[in-house]
Design a protein around this ligand. Structure first.
Ligand SMILES: [Fe+2]
Ligand SMILES: [Fe+2]
Length: 166
């Protein structure tokens, strides 16, 4: 028995319409140059977090446009966080603020979009979000990060634990 369809073409089209202008911007395109985890770029990570958040927000009749746009921009920090010199101290705590600053310098954001970017690392950044959309992005950020890390670890393990030839 096959899996149910995860989303419709209509969902994908609607998502694209919400973020079309952002996707075509230089700032968002720059995220393709940075690795999030393993083989996943920051751009791909943000697109998936944004799309999954968009789908759930749409289902729950929440602000799915803010979820799509805030989700896409949530990690717009634009440096290689694996590089200790480039990232500075405490990347986990400070990158939401850096992403927000970068996003604000390129785009006009709504209050909710700002909240989504600023609070996506909650509960690491202690102050809780003030809107449900921000909780949803925070949740999918963790889900997607976990999957990226598992794939990365599995790839590394496969290289080490090769079956011995008979
Ligand atoms: Fe982040
Ligand atoms: Fe993220």
């Amino acid at each position: 028995m096959g899996r149910d369809k995860l989303f419709s073409i209509q969902d994908a089209r609607e998502f694209y319409l919400c973020i079309d202008d952002l996707l075509r911007s230089e700032a968002v395109q720059q995220m393709k140059a940075f690795t999030q985890h393993g083989t996943t770029s920051t751009y791909d990570h943000c697109v998936v977090v944004a799309f999954r958040s968009f789908l759930l927000c749409k289902k729950l009749h929440l602000d799915y446009k803010a979820a799509a746009r805030g989700g896409l921009l949530h990690d717009l920090f634009l440096y290689d966080w694996h590089d200790k010199k480039a990232r500075g101290h405490l990347h986990g705590f400070f990158h939401p603020g850096i992403a927000l600053k970068n996003a604000q310098s390129s785009f006009t954001l709504t209050k909710k979009e700002k909240e989504i970017i600023k609070k996506h690392m909650w509960p690491l950044t202690v102050i809780p979000p003030t809107c449900r959309e921000a909780y949803i992005i925070s949740y999918y950020d963790k889900v997607c990060t976990s999957k990226e890390v598992v794939v990365q670890w599995y790839g590394s393990m496969k290289k080490v634990f090769k079956p011995s030839s008979q």
